[in-house]
Design a protein around this ligand. Sequence first.
Ligand code: XMP
Length: 517
Amino acid sequence: RILILDFGSQYTQLIARRVREAGVYCELHAWDMSDEDIRDFNPNGIILSGGPESTVAEDAPIAPQLVFELGVPVFGICYGMQTMTAQMGGKVENADHHEYGYAQIRARGHTSLLKDIDDHVTEEGHGMLDVWMSHGDRVVELPTGFKLMASTESCPVAGIANEDKRFYGVQFHPEVTHTQQGQRILERFIHDICGCAADWTPGNIADDAIASIREKVGTDEVILGLSGGVDSSVVAALLHKAIGEQLTCVFVDNGLLRYKEGDQVMATFAEHMGVKVIRIDAEQRFLDALAGENDPEKKRKIIGNLFVDIFEEESNKLKAAKWLAQGTIYPDVIESAGSKTGKAHVIKSHHNVGGLPDYMKLELLEPLRELFKDEVRKLGVELGLPYDMVYRHPFPGPGLGVRILGEVKKEYADILRLADHIFIEELRKHDLYNSTSQAFAVFLPIKSVGVTGDGRRYEWVVSLRAVETIDFMTARWAHLPYEFLDHVCRRIVNEVSGISRVVYDITGKPPGTIEWE
Ligand code: XMP
């Protein structure tokens, strides 16, 4: 296993994902991890991430000295290389100009890290690498025992190596895909230099998780709020495999789900897999609670609170339950812990079960806590969940409640569900579903005049929204083909009574958000 110490680079999570993709388990911890925790983790190798600070600054963060004393290989990336240099007795300076973007570096193939890895070879026989640079400071003096491993004109020391100690440093970012050979370099480090086998596979992840759930839970009963979303679905499948009948899922149908979603959840879990699922049909309660409310944040609160109330009522009936399972995943853990503490035990707020009262005295079971989203999906497929369910676009906890602008009414929800279903169905048919990150329809509570045949219509408007994004923090509106949009619009106006007009949202994020509320 690999330990990654985080110095705050925007790319640190990517390092962890790349290591996992190479089939090796790794964890991300704050740069000031205690010696005791480092020893407990017992890494086969350590990666020091990049970071926004300058090693030249006073109180600059440094790696625990233990990192260099454990006798395991160390790989410093960008800031990680600089702090390694400074800590081992070399010298780092503020560079005259900052370097950001593509660069070609000369890789010296004599080191075990870069040997035979290059993008092309010059006439003189030098191996060259196309890499992504992003740094201000630079190394100007190598520490004793290190040799030069890579260089560019503007950055004479772009890579260093101490083969005896198996310490390596690079100024560029192997974890970003712009660095063509980045994955190979990381794999060289973790497989060949650290000696970690590629055994972190969905099958092994499942086996390990099942064994550890069984050990933890014993013969206790577990409850899980199943939402139909990817994370809780994978938890359900995993727990079912691990403890079968000891698992009870509570599925609250709030009436704000997508077309036939409730039935699909029941079909997949209860009917096909034989999971014990209690379905609570709470549409009317949610509609009553939302009546008259226009404010998006208040609607979110109402939906979240009512979910907790209902979940609590149901869980109270399951007297034997000792554990509450949740679909918390690794990015939630990292993000909520921040770079400093690393270990906070946080309940995912939009899972909405965070408000369970203390008296329920349920212990938390979070079997996906160490997994990235792509690993969760692969695990879901491994556990036999339908591919389309596992690779579904994200859907917000408050569901259609925030896609019906203003007051939520059943009439609106029913219309919206149909329009949304047509849009999604056509996206799938035209092979556009997987190239968009999120797509849906939004109900606009305004009436517009239309004409069909000889009749005049005065009906509602829906907006279609489709975006492409990697992280959902920024997004670009999907440039769907005009013919496709035309086709979807015709179907919606013809097939969904109550809609006379369809518009397409061409706002990016920023300035817009992905959802309309
Ligand atoms: P925005 O609209 O903020 O959305 O650009 C970013 C991502 O978050 C989802 N989203 C939510 N998810 N509860 C959720 O579970 C919410 O209240 C909520 N609001 C937005 C949104 O669908 C998108 O994927």
